[in-house]
Each structure stands twice: as C-alpha cells, then as structure tokens.
Design a protein around this ligand. Structure first.
Ligand SMILES: *[C@@H]1O[C@H](CO)[C@@H](O)[C@H](O)[C@H]1NC(C)=O
Ligand SMILES: *[C@@H]1O[C@H](CO)[C@@H](O)[C@H](O)[C@H]1NC(C)=O
Ligand SMILES: *[C@@H]1O[C@H](CO)[C@@H](O)[C@H](O)[C@H]1NC(C)=O
Ligand SMILES: *[C@@H]1O[C@H](CO)[C@@H](O)[C@H](O)[C@H]1NC(C)=O
Ligand SMILES: *[C@@H]1O[C@H](CO)[C@@H](O)[C@H](O)[C@H]1NC(C)=O
Length: 488
C-alpha cells in the first residue's frame, strides 16, 4: 500500500501537462494598454505569453504576474550581439534587469525564423553563434535553469514536398547549422521551436482543407513507412520536424510549437467559423497530452498566434497577416474558444477598461464627378490604413465601389484617431463624418479605441528599455549641464 502511494506520488509529480500559451504582437495603430492585456491573460488563465519586442512598459506590466514570457531578438540585430561580451552585456541589460523586477522569462528567441528563405539574409547566419553566446551568458549569470535560448523556425527549414513525415529532412543549405544548433539545445536541455500554419500548408500543397483541422473529419491520410496514419496537417508537420531532428542526431529534444493559428480574413478559408472549428479540436488535443503518432502520450506546448489583429503588420505574404487575432484590436473576442483546452463553447474574457473613440464614421459623400480624384483618394487612404478586408475572399469583398471608398476613408479616419486637425476626414472634399454605423453583413466598419499607448519601434539591441534608460540618464545630467552652461 505504502509503495503504491509512493508510486502514485512519484507518478503525479512526473505528470507534465502541455501548455497553451498566446502570442501578443503589437504592430497596431491603436492598442490596448499593457496592464489591460496582462489582466486579460490572468482572467483567461493563460500561463505563458510571447511578446515579440520587449519595451519597458510592456515588460513591467508582467512583473509579479507569474506569467512565463518569451522575448525575441529581431533578425536585424542578431549580428550586433555577435561576441561573448556582446551577449553578456545583452543578458545583463535585459534578462538580469527584468528578473530583478520579478519578471519571469522562459525563452529568449534568437531571431524570427532566420533560416526561412522568405527572410533569409547572410546576416542571419550568425544566429547559431549567437544562440550559443546568449545561452552561455545566461548560464554564467545564473539564469540558465529558468531561461532558455532557442531559434524559432518555420516549417520551411525542411526540404519541400515531403509526402510522408519520415521523408522529411532539413534543407541542405542549413543542415550543418541545424545540427550545430540542435547540439547546443541538447547540452542546455532547451527545446526546438517551430512555427506552423496548417491553413497555409494545405493551400500551398493543394490538399483538401479538411486536412487542416485536427477533428478527424478528413478522409485524406498518409500511411507512412512505419504504419502510422496521418489525418491532419498538425500531426504531419510536427512529426516531419521530429523525423528531421532524428536524422540530424537529436531524436529526443522537446519540440515546442511557437506559433500556430488560423486567420479570419484575407486568405481562402480564412474566416471566423473555420478559426473556431480549428481551435475547438486543437486545444483539447494539447490538454489531453495525446501527443502525435510518432510521439504518442508526450505533451506538446503550443503558442496560439495571436492575441489580436495587427493592422500595421506588413502584408508581403498576404492580407491574412493582419488577421491572426482571436480578439479584435479592441479586445472583443472574435469567436468561441476555450483557452483552458477543455473544448467548452465559451468566449474568452473581454478586455476590461477599454475606451473607444466616439461612435463616428467617415464615409465617401458619393461625389463621383471626378473619378480620377476618387480613385486617387481611395488608394492614398489604403496606403496608410488597413484595407486588407476588401481583398478578394475578404470579409468586405462584397462591397460596391462606393462602399469600398467609404471603407477606406473610415479606416484612415480611425487610424488617425478621428482627428480633424490631421485632415482625417477630408479627402479633397470627398468625405463626410456620419453618426450611423455603415457596417454591412460580415463587413465591419470599426471605430477605434482611444490611443492610450505611444507606438514604439520594437526591440533594438537593448530593447526599448535601453532607450528609456538613456533618456533617464540624460535628464539626470541635464541640471548639471545647465549649471555648467550658466558659467560659460
Ligand atoms: C560573427 O563574428 C565572427 C567572428 O568575429 C565572424 O566570423 C562572423 O562573420 C560574425 N557573424 C555575423 C553575422 O556578423
Ligand atoms: C514542390 O511542389 C510545388 C507545388 O507542387 C512545386 O511548385 C515545386 O517546384 C516543388 N518543389 C520541389 C523542390 O520539388
Ligand atoms: C491506418 O489506416 C489503415 C487503412 O485505413 C488501417 O487499416 C490501419 O489500421 C490504420 N492504422 C492505425 C495505426 O490506425
Ligand atoms: C480630377 O482630379 C484630379 C486629381 O485631383 C485633377 O488633377 C484633375 O484636374 C481633376 N479633373 C477635373 C476634370 O476636374
Ligand atoms: C474594392 O476594392 C478591392 C481592393 O482594392 C478590389 O479588389 C475590388 O474589386 C473593389 N470592388 C469594386 C466593386 O470595385
């Protein structure tokens, strides 16, 4: 009996659960203040968050929350850290400083998918060197047990067109770098991190859309060499990476899904109903610790991409890049999603303390006497504002031309925080402000939230915090300077 209790205790102490975390990107014109967002995470019981930059105000909001954070060093600054001292300095100025403020940093991402051919550049070749330097510096500073460095990858680190997971291998051009980095991760008990997007995978490979969902309704399947059946893209992609790791000498490393999600606009099959369906089976699956065919019963940590839509995101790969949010930009949930992974039909908690701009819209006054001018103003508005929902297949693609113009004018008006002195609703005499909501069908003409937080430019080598720090230094010096100047 005693033995049995001990065994049970040992067993329960060893039970590791998969973690459902959330990514929080902040490429938006107006945004929720950090304390509101931290509250949202706490209300929803989300234990881990990835922030892509680490501005001082964002980081401070997490102080004492117990939430585990992932922060990222952007691709462009990887080479700035390229020395042992550079890494020590970076760790001291960011990690040590944040840890002293009771901020819990779990992962440091070295770059953002630096080996993806979409982003590839010679400067990113330093990523593996910097991975080692940063982890060594973390270990040296005593953070190594809690804080792990890793490189987040996209599934395009694999050779294209594998028809079975067991065929997967890393691309030849990065294979040596992958082997080196896997060795560093292994030595430090750190995970491999992979970003995967089933909707893009099925589309790019001309597969049935059903294969993108994990709810088992797909009739498309692959039987691999070992008799394992694949009925969805998630298992397929996850196990493909595992196979490639295995072939590069790292079969046992933990594999974390750094980004996974379903956009709701701007791509074929990107809509609210499909996003809801996607998460409805994916999240309980994580919570069930079922694992994948190749690693059955092994828990998987994943980070949902993403908290809210980002209307300032670049759209190099398509309009969908601005529509990953499970929330709208104002902190209203878009669809049913049970973030605890129990698969219940519930909305996540709405953001609290959000202030909207007045309920006013800017629309086209339908003066079509000079169509050249209309076209010009329409396009100019979309340069600045987010018109991605107008694109074919988008939630506003059914609008008439005049409604198109109204949509663009309104987005511009809202991005400019409805400010008349910014000429936010002028458009060379073609626009007017109205009190009635012009939204129609699936197409929402949004009213923005109050601009409560100043945009930052993301992380430089020391992050926004470093710049704030410099300003602080200057102001303490300023009185002294004034005294000196007054003597000259
Ligand atoms: C990093 O430094 C090493 C040695 O100084 C150099 O060979 C390498 O090119 C540098 N990498 C980058 C990306 O700057
Ligand atoms: C992979 O498949 C795509 C689509 O079928 C094709 O365009 C591409 O050339 C293939 N790539 C390779 C390396 O075979
Ligand atoms: C895989 O699918 C085949 C064909 O439907 C089936 O006979 C086999 O039992 C399945 N294997 C597993 C492990 O589910
Ligand atoms: C129409 O508008 C354009 C651009 O504002 C202007 O250059 C052009 O002269 C206008 N045409 C007429 C007929 O007024
Ligand atoms: C509305 O604008 C979108 C994006 O520019 C375009 O694809 C669509 O054809 C336009 N609709 C009409 C009716 O002109």
């Amino acid at each position: 009996m005693a033995l049995r209790i001990i065994t049970l205790l040992l067993f329960s102490a060893n039970v590791v659960e998969g973690i459902i975390g959330l990514n929080w990107g902040r490429m938006t014109s107006q945004r929720l203040i950090p304390s509101t967002v931290v509250d949202l995470f706490l209300q929803n019981g989300i234990p881990e968050v990835k922030v892509f930059s680490f501005s001082e105000n964002v980081m401070k909001a997490f102080s004492g929350s117990g939430i585990g954070l992932t922060i990222s060093i952007p691709n462009e600054v990887i080479h700035d850290i390229n020395s042992t001292n550079g890494a020590r300095e970076w760790v001291r100025k960011t990690i040590t400083r944040f840890v002293l403020k009771n901020i819990n940093i779990k992962y440091v991402n070295i770059g953002a998918e630096p080996f993806s051919p979409s982003f590839w550049s010679k400067t990113y070749l330093g990523a593996v060197d910097v991975l080692k330097m940063i982890q060594d510096a973390l270990n040296e500073a005593g953070h190594g047990d809690k804080t792990k460095a890793t490189i987040p990858h996209l599934t395009d680190i694999l050779k294209p067109n594998n028809t079975k997971p067991s065929e997967a291998e890393f691309r030849d051009d990065i294979k040596d770098l992958m082997i080196q980095s896997l060795q560093i991760l292994k030595e430090n008990n750190s995970p491999v991190m992979i970003d995967m997007f089933p909707i893009l995978f099925v589309n790019e490979n001309n597969l049935d859309i059903e294969f993108a969902f994990t709810d088992g309704k797909s009739t498309y399947f692959v039987v691999d060499d070992n008799g394992l059946n694949y009925t969805n893209a998630f298992d397929f992609m996850y196990d493909s990476i595992l196979w490639a790791m295995k072939k590069s000498g790292a079969p046992d490393l933990k594999l974390v899904v750094g980004q996974i999600g379903w956009p709701t606009d701007g791509y074929p099959d990107a809509n609210i109903a499909n996003a809801e369906r996607f998460y409805k089976s994916l999240l309980p699956r994580v919570e069930s610790n079922r694992g994948t065919p190749l690693r059955p019963g092994v828990p998987i940590d994943l980070y949902i991409h993403s908290l809210c839509d980002e209307n300032k995101m670049k759209t190099k790969f398509g309009a969908f890049q601005r529509h990953w949010g499970i929330y709208r930009n104002d902190g209203e949930p878009k669809f049913l999603i049970d973030l605890s992974g129990q698969g219940r039909d519930v909305y996540p908690t709405t953001a609290k303390g959000v202030t909207y701009m007045p309920k006013r819209w800017c629309i086209f006054n339908e003066d079509t006497s000079n169509l050249t001018k209309v076209k010009y103003e329409f396009e100019a508005a979309c340069q600045e504002a987010d018109c991605t929902s107008l694109a074919p297949g988008g939630s506003c693609s059914h609008l008439t031309y005049n409604q198109n113009v109204s949509y663009a004018f309104n987005r511009y008006f809202q991005v400019k925080s409805q400010k008349e002195d910014n000429k936010a609703c002028q458009f060379d005499g073609l626009a007017k402000v109205v009190p009635d909501n012009p939204s129609t069908g699936t197409c929402i003409f949004p009213v923005e939230i109050l601009e409560a937080e100043v945009a930052d430019r993301g992380a430089s080598i020391g992050g926004q915090g470093e710049r704030v720090y410099m300003v602080f230094k200057l102001t303490t010096l300023l009185p002294l300077l004034l005294i000196i100047l007054s003597f000259i």
